[in-house]
Design a protein around this ligand. Sequence first.
Ligand SMILES: [Fe+2]
Length: 200
Amino acid sequence: MSTSALKEVPTKGPDHISPQWKQSARPIQKFGTVIRSLPIGIDERARTEVCEQLNLMLADTSSLRDLYKKSHWQVGGPTFYQLHLLFDKHFGEQAELVDQLGERIQTLGGVSVAMAHDIAELTRIARPPRDREEVPVQISRLLEAHELIIKNARALAKKAQDLGDDATNDLLVSDVVRTNELQVWFLSEHLVEMPLVHAK
Ligand SMILES: [Fe+2]
């Protein structure tokens, strides 16, 4: 086949294969609402109440996750390496909890909070400064956030059970409370005075 024969094949032009990417439409579900009817045996009122509280738990957990990354990056001093690694390990575990909470809310027919702007408005965890802080201050800040989450998770676990939502109760007790309590242990031990060379 000659080159001139190829040129004669008609085409639709390059616009035909361009991705249609500048699209927009109204949202399909408003934040704060739940899907009316779901075949999971938990009524709309109970799911609305649980989702509202789970979104606060999700916002707090997202904040704690990010506080761990801030601490991972900004830590300094003689224990730099071990804390740098520990903070990142805890970051990963909190990120897993964020995913579980977000997916639980969607499973209940709700809408999960996701973006930093919205999380900043919802979270009950105090805003840390952008500045670097000393290790004991970093750890104290993390421990306060953990306690807030643990207390709220326990209270919400009881409420979920009262409303017949056993799976949310299980997620909060088996995953959120357990993970947070274990992380508190690992952090707290760094704030105990302990001789390294000569016993007192
Ligand atoms: Fe890193």
